[in-house]
Design a protein around this ligand. Structure first.
Ligand code: UDP
Length: 482
């Protein structure tokens, strides 16, 4: 049975576009395909404008309800330099009483809570209120394995992870190169390292983990979760690969200059350049990138943001203040010289819509997992330019395991990528056979991924399996009560 219309599920989303988007997309999926009633609870903060304002994801309003919790104020708990993961953990911790009372006050108590990866502390609330509890990691199984196994690495490894001479071994999974570790593992002296280790420890409090990946893409790692005894001695709960879930392409605005321009370009001839919801580059890197694009003589659409003097994820909590400034930080004359070849979008662009346009043939991306899935499901290969979070891991996976991405020789967070290399990467992706082969590969991948989502496909079945468990539990509880 594909209908679970008696179920009510609460999805908890931590702040940030990269968390909100997958939460809403999951809600839609549960409603549209399985008739589940969904309440999405958004943790919001006083410092960032509610992300929902930036989003126009059409929701199944009859079944999906979105509740923005009152903003939490963490200004007395963090300093401006507190890193993103630590901030997220503090925000969710402060919001716990709000989450609890919002759920307790609902007319209809949810049968299950699905908490996103930063909302792990809500396991206790779910237990107290008698709900099933699942975790949603809107990323890969590989990243999830690293998160869970970090508690062991923390015990066994001395010194910084990034200084280890050998790749970090995770049972049953591909090892992680020290320079590819996730942001909170870069420096073990930072608060966010301990927060991250504790997040991973709490994963095992849940009844299962939903992953935005799919069986074909990560079979080996998913098997490790199911069968590897060492990994299972740390976490023994089922994993549900339900992906690729991605946001729908918003309705086309026919008057848009951007789409008009794209319509006039040949198929697969434009590279889209964008670094996610939080990504910003240094002034020097922006100059090199502008020159690299110009030298490549390829068509481009670039979401530009002013340079950062600080960290590459500076826009994570602070986007949305300046939407239409003229980009005066680009090389002199750049805009004029490239006016027939390129289009600049300040701050934030309709990415899903752009990627799905037939004119787009490549994506220079920070490799956030939402962006990656949007690219793959739009038949677009990638130039991997990882900046923060788990993006170095994603970039390595895409370039070395899946073979749908090219990478600069240096890590963009460590060194400036020079214009000659950027020119060459863009040409290789857009003009050369190598790029065409990757494009063909992405197209094949997309077909198999979409098959998996259809009725009867592996991702679809995985979701049904999860919902059946929630339904059986609900039945048992009712039996007990009745
Ligand atoms: N996004 C967008 N326009 C932009 C930048 C980002 O619509 O200019 C969306 C993008 O389509 C994706 C999400 O924001 O759905 C970013 O999520 P991702 O996981 O890729 O990265 P992160 O949020 O970690 O930067």
């Amino acid at each position: 049975d594909t209908s679970f219309k008696n179920l009510h599920v609460a999805i908890l989303s931590s702040p940030g576009m990269g968390h909100l988007i997958p939460a809403l997309v999951l809600a839609n999926r549960l409603a549209a395909q399985h008739s589940v009633n969904v309440t999405v609870l958004l943790v919001t903060t006083a410092v960032s404008p509610p992300e929902s304002k930036l989003l126009q994801i059409p929701l199944h309003r009859d079944l999906v309800r979105v509740v923005e919790l009152p903003p939490v104020d963490i200004s007395h708990l963090v300093v401006p330099t507190t890193q993103v993961v630590a901030q997220l953990c503090v925000m969710v911790r402060e919001a716990l009483p709000l989450i609890r009372s919002a759920i307790a006050a609902m007319d209809r108590r949810p049968d299950a809570v699905i908490a996103d990866l930063f909302c792990t502390e809500t396991a206790a609330i779910a237990a107290e209120l008698g709900m099933a509890k699942y975790l949603y990691v809107p990323s890969t199984a590989w990243f999830t394995a690293l998160t869970v196994y970090c508690q062991v690495l923390d015990r066994e490894i001395e010194g910084q992870y990034v200084d280890q001479p050998e790749p970090l071994k995770i049972p049953g999974c591909k090892p992680v190169r020290p320079e590819d570790v996730v942001e909170p593992m870069l420096d073990r002296n930072e608060l966010q390292h301990d927060e991250y280790v504790n997040l991973g420890k709490r994963y095992s409090l849940f009844d299962g983990i939903l992953l935005n990946t799919w069986e074909d893409l990560e079979h080996e790692t998913l098997q490790a979760f199911r069968e590897n005894e060492t990994l299972r001695s740390i976490i023994e709960i089922p994993v549900y690969p339900i992906g690729p879930l991605r946001r729908p392409v918003e309705p086309v605005d026919v008057k848009s200059d951007l789409l008009g321009w794209l319509d006039r370009q040949p198929n697969e001839s434009v590279i889209f350049v964008s670094f996610g919801s939080g990504g910003v580059l240094s002034a020097e890197q922006i100059t090199e990138l502008a020159w690299g694009l110009e030298l490549s003589q390829q068509r481009f659409v670039w979401v530009v943001r002013p340079p950062t003097k600080g960290s590459v994820d500076d826009a994570f909590f602070n986007l949305g203040t300046d939407f239409d400034g003229t980009p005066n930080y680009l090389p002199e004359g750049f805009i004029k010289r490239t006016q027939n070849k390129g289009l600049l979008i300040p701050m934030w662009g309709p990415q899903a819509q752009i990627l799905s346009h037939q004119a787009i043939g490549g994506f220079m991306s920070h490799c956030g997992w939402n962006s990656t899935l949007e690219s793959i499901t739009s038949d677009v290969p990638i130039i991997a330019w990882p900046l923060y979070a788990e993006q170095r891991l994603n970039a390595t996976f895409l370039a070395e395991e899946v073979g749908v991405a090219l990478r600069p020789r240096v890590l963009p967070t460590k060194e400036v990528v020079r214009r000659e290399e950027i020119e060459s990467l863009v040409r290789r992706l857009m003009e050369h056979k190598e790029g065409q082969e990757m494009r063909d590969k992405v197209k094949k991948m997309k077909i198999s991924a979409m098959e998996g989502l259809k009725n009867g496909g592996p991702s679809y079945k995985s979701m049904c399996e999860l919902l059946s468990k929630i339904a059986v539990r609900k039945g048992n509880m009712n039996g007990l009560v009745g």
